[in-house]
Design a protein around this ligand. Structure first.
Ligand code: GDP
Ligand code: MG
Length: 242
């Protein structure tokens, strides 16, 4: 499973049935991103996602059953820690995260332990409307308060971490797809990790179908709210030193 580390930066790509876009997304990462290795974490795709990812030059971990994005990312962070990567960044397999922005998001790690590529900072025209937008605003406002920095897009998966944040995620990343981005972010902040937002332009999905429709997205955000409350009330943990 493990392949020798060639670079200090690891792109972690959670992927589920992304055969239509994954090959191209990986090639774009190599072409337009900084020198890096790419790890695809696939859990139970029924198409040729894993095979196409390997062909495009990624290392692939296939999990025996579906653990959702949260479980996939945790596997990725464990792999990064074990192999000595200095920086990791999540890039979605569907091409929504523009590989040209990877370096800018990683640059955010100069001032913080976690950097978030944020959609509405000031670039791009990716629109989210209605209840989903309101819910996202409430979450953003709340998490801005705890982090002490203004965040506008806390559900963005386009996130980078340094070694301190990586350790934190390995210890505490929630394994289920229950508000995974929000919950893990709040836990990391409460454990002493700092956050910085970087403005990026988000693209449309480059193929395939989103894993959730608008109704499911609304439910997801509702659950994120609950996850947020759990995370806020959970006992504060110290970052581990190993
Ligand atoms: N490993 C894994 N990846 C997933 C799963 N569900 C979604 N993904 C991946 O997570 C990323 C974001 O998912 P997507 O459906 O685009 O979510 P959206 O952008 O929020 O609509 C994509 O790369 C998906 O392939 C899952 O159950 N397991
Ligand atoms: Mg997507």
């Amino acid at each position: 499973m493990a392949q020798a580390r060639l670079h200090d930066i690891l792109v972690i790509m959670p992927a589920w049935n992304e055969a239509e876009s994954i090959g191209n997304t990986i090639r774009e990462v190599f072409d337009f991103g900084p020198p890096c290795d790419v790890l695809v974490v696939d859990d139970g795709s029924r198409d040729s996602t894993a095979e196409l990812a390997r062909k495009a030059g990624a290392t692939v971990i296939q999990l025996p059953f579906n653990m959702g994005v949260g479980g996939a990312m945790r596997t990725g962070f464990k792999y990064a820690k074990k192999n000595g990567y200095q920086q990791v960044i999540q890039v979605d397999a569907d091409g929504q995260h523009d590989p040209r922005d990877i370096q800018a998001v990683l640059d955010g790690l100069k001032n913080a332990d976690i950097a978030i590529g944020a959609r509405f900072a000031d670039k791009g025209d990716y629109a989210v409307k209605g209840p989903r937008k309101w819910a996202m605003n409430v979450l953003a406002w709340t998490i801005s308060r705890i982090s002490g920095t203004r965040l506008t897009d806390v559900t963005s998966g386009f996130r980078a971490a340094n070694t301190k944040a990586m350790r934190q995620y390995v210890d505490h990343y929630p394994a289920e797809y229950l508000g995974d981005t929000i919950d893990s972010l709040v836990v990391a902040i409460r454990s002493g990790c700092t956050v910085q937002q970087v403005g990026v332009s988000m693209r449309e999905r480059q193929g395939g179908a989103p894993s959730h429709d608008p109704v499911k997205a609304a439910i997801y955000l509702g659950r994120s709210g609950l996850a947020l409350i759990f995370a806020l009330t959970r006992k504060k943990s110290e970052p581990s030193s190993n």
